[in-house]
Design a protein around this ligand. Structure first.
Ligand SMILES: Nc1nc2c(ncn2[C@@H]2O[C@H](COP(=O)(O)OP(=O)(O)O)[C@@H](O)[C@H]2O)c(=O)[nH]1
Ligand SMILES: [Mg+2]
Length: 477
């Protein structure tokens, strides 16, 4: 009994001292990274962590950050305030761990490849130990900046407006959109079967499950075959955990009555819709989204530009919706009562190594136009715009066409083994004019990542990720 009491007291004293230490010496920031699928989130986080760890080993992998930490004396070889960097070992969190080691191993393999697809929220933490600035504060000893990095699918943010919608309103809005080309083509099988479902009839479980499958397949076809992005519900595309539980088996329904009778199709689908909203609210919006301090939003602007007009306009609308979620406090019911506002947002056009150097400024202007044109003004918190390539996989070069110099990039298409020149064409500095779409554009190639030292100890070549990080953290460095 005495030993138990002694150990209890020791633990309490230890906890209190750890809390005081954290209060004095530790700053924690929850840094969320999102973007629609294939925007480059996994690669971005892998590159950032690898380069932070390499910076801690003394390699100048993130020059902007290094400069910021060396302060006035930067450039004169002055020591940076950074003492060390480490990945914080996982504790007992319920959130799946971001698999940095596995992603890095794939990128730095003898035959380098891109990390596998992910569609769930994952988390990891990295700790920077920094000398304090100013003679007085130095007496307190070094401080720790703990970055809790969360990678989550941007598709989930597209569900935010659904939280305030009834099943009836959502169905009406969704079906109106679905009946327009090219959605109507991708969802033809679902739209053909929908009239066979009678909202007031008794539930036929197998038929409803089949219709749900057709709706879900239709959304996938919208994304994969037509490059469309404004698709709901987001978890039908990026399921995350509990992907196939019965509450997910719904689809939009024509003519939903105001108060569907129990036991009817409309009542069951409405019940599932409400259960889906409650689950999204509890598992994501209130637990994670409401607690982010900083947000990095990655956008594959070039990918959208090369997918044609319909895909581009749809991505633009999805981006407007997401940007609105991040930069505005709207009346999303009780959600915001638990939210500490996102303090900074960085918008990043990714995969900028697909275009040569002199096109990257236009790319940044285009991103800004897409976001700021969506809503005016963009919000109260600091917002910044960047272009980046998390893993620089090309080199810039110039060729001559009919006596005129043209800037292009050189890279090795994945699996081809031979480097090729790639001319991506003009990147417009704002929303493209109508005639832009009549020009022929080809699908952007997937380039092989560059050969790197196994383990990435010296870091990963990149473009601009240091600028993104330094901007989003500047007030804490
Ligand atoms: N060339 C190039 N390709 C990239 C870069 N970042 C991502 N990609 C490509 O985009 C794909 C999707 O990236 P990923 O990080 O998995 O996207 P996520 O779905 O947002 O996590 C990768 O498999 C690569 O082919 C980059 O910096 N340069
Ligand atoms: Mg991913």
């Amino acid at each position: 009994m005495l030993t138990w009491l002694q150990s209890g007291l020791r633990n309490t004293a230890h906890d209190a001292s750890a809390r005081t230490d954290a209060l004095l010496h530790e700053t924690t920031l929850r840094l969320a990274v999102t973007g629609l699928s294939r925007a480059g989130k996994t690669v971005f986080v892998t590159s950032l962590i690898t380069n932070l760890l390499a910076l801690g080993r003394g390699f100048d992998t993130l020059p902007r950050l290094h400069q910021r930490l060396a302060g006035q004396a930067a450039g004169s070889g002055a020591p940076s305030r950074l003492r060390s960097v480490r990945l914080v070992p996982p504790g007992s969190s319920e959130t799946p761990l971001f698999d940095h080691a596995c992603n890095l191993a794939t990128l730095t393999a003898v035959e380098p490849n891109w990390p596998p697809r992910t569609d769930d929220l994952t988390e990891t933490a990295i700790e920077l130990v920094l000398d304090r600035e100013g003679t007085f504060w130095k007496h307190l000893g070094p401080e720790r900046l703990r970055l809790e990095i969360l990678d989550y699918p941007g598709e989930w943010l597209l569900d935010l407006p659904m939280l305030n919608q009834s099943f009836q309103a959502w169905s009406r809005e969704t079906l109106a959109r679905l009946r327009e080309a090219p959605r109507s083509l991708a969802c033809a099988a679902f739209l053909e079967q929908l009239p066979t479902v009678e909202p007031g009839a008794r539930v036929e479980h197998e038929r409803l499950r089949r219709l749900h499958g057709l709706y879900r397949d239709g959304l996938h076809a919208c994304q994969n075959e037509y490059g469309l992005r404004l698709l709901q519900p987001g978890r039908f595309l990026c399921p995350g955990p509990r992907a196939d539980a019965p509450f997910m088996w719904f689809f939009p329904l024509d003519e939903v009555p105001d108060h569907p009778l129990r036991g009817t199709t409309a009542a069951l689908l409405e019940e599932r819709f409400e259960a889906y909203k409650a689950d999204m609210r509890a598992r994501f919006f209130e637990t994670h989204f409401a607690r982010f301090d900083r947000q990095i939003l990655l956008v594959d602007v070039l990918g959208a530009l090369h997918s044609g007009r319909d895909a581009f306009l749809d991505t633009e609308q999805a981006l407007a919706l997401i940007a609105g979620c991040l930069t505005y406090k709207q009346d999303w019911g009780s959600l915001w009562s638990r939210q500490s506002a996102i303090e900074r947002v960085a918008f990043v056009a990714t995969k900028a190594d697909h275009v040569p150097h002199n096109h990257r400024t236009n790319l940044c202007h285009l991103l800004r136009d897409l976001v700021e044109g969506a809503r005016e003004p963009v919000g109260k918190q600091p917002v910044s715009f960047h272009t980046a390539a998390s893993v620089l996989s090309t080199t810039d070069t110039t060729i001559e066409v009919d006596g005129i110099a043209r800037d292009v990039v050189r890279g090795t298409p994945l699996g081809s083994g031979t480097a090729k020149l790639f001319d991506p064409g003009i990147v417009p500095a704002g929303r493209p004019p109508k005639d832009f779409w009549s020009r022929r554009r080809f699908v952007l190639p997937v380039f092989e990542p560059p050969r790197m030292e196994a383990g990435g100890l010296k870091g990963i070549p990149h473009l601009g990720t240091d600028e993104v990080l330094t901007t989003i953290l500047s007030d804490k460095l």
